[in-house]
Write a protein that binds this ligand. Sequence first.
Ligand code: FES
Ligand SMILES: [Fe+2]
Length: 451
Amino acid sequence: MSTQEPTEPLSEPLTIGVEAYVSEEYARAERDKLWGRVWQQVGRVEELPRVGDYLSYDILDDSIIVVRTSADTIRAYYNVCSHRGRPLVDTPPGARDTRGRRRMFVCGFHGWRYNLEGECTRVALGEDWPCGLNEQNTRLAEVRLDTWGGWIWINLDPECEPLRDYLEPAATLLDPFRLQNMRYRWRRWLVFDCNWKTALEAFMETYHVQQTHPEFMTYGSFLGWSRAQGKHSNIGYDAPKGLDENQAKLRLGTGGDPRVSTADLQNFTWENANTNTTRTLVDAANRLVDELPEGTPADQVLRHWLDSARRDDAARGVVWPTVAPEAVGKSGTAWQIFPNFQIGHALNNMLCYGARPYGYDPNKCIFEAAVYELYPEGQEPQTEWEFTPVGDPAWRTVLPQDFSNMAAVQKGMKARGFTGPKPNPYRERSIVNLHHNLARYMGTGAPRDLT
Ligand code: FES
Ligand SMILES: [Fe+2]
């Protein structure tokens, strides 16, 4: 499956069956047809700073060990002992993953040992095997691994296409944002009572903002576009001519005075979502009324705000990438990387979502949200994945509004009276495109003509 297929406009009204969301048979088939063949993001390069640092990543029945083997090499192996199949590292019940540092991996069952290169270096009582065991059938099975954007990606298909090819055109359009320089501000995970697609699709469009997040409508206009980009898709806001950059995440509020509405939008977002902005941006927005005369045109307000925040950050050693305003606009607010990762990028921060199955129950998924930003070197906060269930006040108020739709939509998908999702042909193309691509892997579930 090549990645260089043309981007399909997919603007005709289409509908999707519910099979991909609710069928247990489909969920089981995903194991080999989808998860066994796609590139999956498993963590950040900076999470494994020293040789021997490892983390585990579980996807259905497969557990993977991702380990730094040298200053510039990270490798991935199936987390399974070649003797009788015991995992080499255990994820405690209820934990997201397991991490640590090892010089070698020792199996807890009979004590076979493996070095960081995956070679079996000791078979307990090896003399009992006068023949039969060799380097090949005792070593850990290796998994394809590569890095892009500061993330570590794995692919269980030994014949898979290179990561870079797979990620296009997203990789090229996002490279200027230098996402590899961002570091976690916070990261949380939880389990939703919905399919992983139901969860991700809640963030793949801006069409829901007016109803799901009515408070935001006080500060701005959140209607937006959505584009198919080969396997992937991106979304952005509709913006007037000459205000290209306003399609992206760092944008003006709307109202009589853009100096005031931009500050209001920034303060509201900072306090109630703790995503999509930074302290520097909020402070710079709060100064707009002092620094600009009343009546300053919107485009100049946007320019002044972003330039002064960029300057403030530079003064504390945080250098934003330089990206042309047209490119910022074209890249939008977020990319949906097939099949299950969303990168909501901006010049100095980003918000990313991931979702994956929770066992073979199509009505459950593991969901992750992480906010990143640029920090002065050495001042990055120490963070961990924090299990934060629905209802925990740490989510504040905006994300719970999205969460409130998850189990409800999953339930509605199963209702006899529901005839299938009918995504908005302009604003929700990303959802149709996801299913268009899923169908190519799964052999079922292609979107159909709605008319
Ligand atoms: S299963 Fe690992 S040593 Fe026996
Ligand atoms: Fe939302």
